[in-house]
Design a protein around this ligand. Structure first.
Ligand code: MG
Length: 384
């Protein structure tokens, strides 16, 4: 574990990434609902990086900072080329034995790749990089794209990032290179100073986002599995002048009886989320016998379900709530309930559905004894 504390990371994110489309630099585009840049910063910090320096276009600091939220990373203004940008990053690193240089456009960074790089350096390598053998036939072409000659594929590697170096060795290589020299990557800088690298097994998920379709491909590669949970709840009508459903207070001649605010819609939803996580039911997490939950705002329960979701590395992709009653009429409040639910869950409005129906006078809801709610939650969870 001591090894972990001694590495720093530089993320090159100064490219404009115009080929990747959507008018946004690719480091700010969303991959599975999170900005591309966030993925690499988080992976490096989780793997134990003591310091992460992100080299960005000078005019994008506010946007990049907003993308990272509370993640601790420092921003440094990049230069005209990747080489110049990494040089700026190397100057900004405080202290570390090892530095990993990574491209922001490769968000599929895994702890296993980082561990392989650190292990290679610990074993005495001068530099290490993840690489995959070239899989397709390779051809040299002329200026018109006509085939000239096939290239022998054996021994050709597709090299990814992060590339790992003892910090002072890479600094020395950059110092030895002409100030205006431009290199394809940092192994090339080291090579120009007489150094050599070893390659460790790369990862298909480290693909570089280059073309518009790459983001969709990576979404699939990094996909988890879909888990669905269902929930049901009912509360009895009693004295009062309003009901609270999906976080919205709705005037009514009667209230709902319950230990908390009796928000049947959100209680069903909490159970649906807990169900998808295999985490029991709302009563197990918030016993009705506990005086802390008397009259409680059910947003507390829903946020708890969200926290458990995040702790499982999962995300809520969709929820669908059906409220069942004759009165009050819920359709005028449906959009407000939907918006409030999306707000508390912290997901897009399009991922939330709230519906209302009656039972045409049948059963306890039909007789107006109470109301019921059912919910379905769909979660995307890391594969077990
Ligand atoms: Mg309930």
């Amino acid at each position: 574990m001591q090894q972990k504390a001694r590495f720093a990371a530089i993320i090159a994110a100064a490219g404009r990434g115009e080929r990747a489309g959507a008018g946004l630099p690719k480091q700010l585009r969303l991959l599975r609902d999170r900005p591309v840049l966030t993925w690499s910063v988080e992976a490096l910090l989780k793997a134990g990086a003591g310091e992460v320096v992100v080299v960005i276009p000078p005019d994008q600091e506010a946007a990049c900072r907003a993308a990272l939220g509370p993640l601790p990373a420092r921003f440094v203004a990049g230069g005209a080329s990747r080489t110049e940008s990494v040089r700026a990053g190397l100057t900004a690193i405080d202290s570390a034995e090892v530095v990993l240089i990574h491209d922001a456009a490769r968000p599929g960074l895994t702890p296993a790749v980082i561990a392989r790089l650190l292990a290679a350096l610990a074993a005495g390598a001068e530099a290490a990089a993840p690489a995959l053998p070239a899989a397709d036939a390779l051809w040299r072409t002329d200026a018109e794209g006509r085939s000239l000659a096939s290239v022998v594929r054996a021994g050709l590697m597709q090299v990814q990032t992060p590339q790992a170096f003892p910090l002072e060795r890479l600094r020395a290589a950059y110092a030895a290179a002409p100030a205006d020299a431009v290199f394809d990557d940092d192994l090339a800088v080291l090579r120009s100073d007489g150094g050599a690298a070893v390659f460790v097994a790369g990862d298909r998920r480290l693909m570089k986002l280059t073309y518009e379709e790459d983001l969709a491909m990576l979404e699939l590669l990094m996909g988890g599995e879909t888990c669905v949970g269902t929930g049901f709840d009912a509360h009895r009508f009693g004295p009062g002048g309003h009901v609270t459903l999906c976080g919205v207070r709705i005037a009514h001649e009667r209230g709902l009886i319950g230990h908390s605010d009796a928000d049947a819609g959100w209680h069903a939803l909490v159970d649906a989320i807990l169900g998808a996580l295999g985490e029991g039911d709302i009563g197990a997490h918030f016993p009705p016998s506990d005086p802390r939950w008397r009259g409680a705002d059910s947003a507390v329960f829903l946020r708890h379900a969200c926290d458990l979701t995040a702790a499982a590395g999962a995300r809520i992709t969709h929820v669908d709530i059906t409220l069942i009653c004759e009165q009050p009429k819920l359709s005028p409040h449906r959009e407000a309930m939907r918006a409030r639910t999306a707000e508390v869950l912290g997901i897009a409005l399009a991922r939330v559905s709230v519906k209302a129906t009656t039972t045409e006078g049948m059963g306890f809801a039909g007789r107006g004894e109470g109301l019921a709610a059912q919910a379905v939650a769909t979660l995307d969870r890391p594969r077990l």
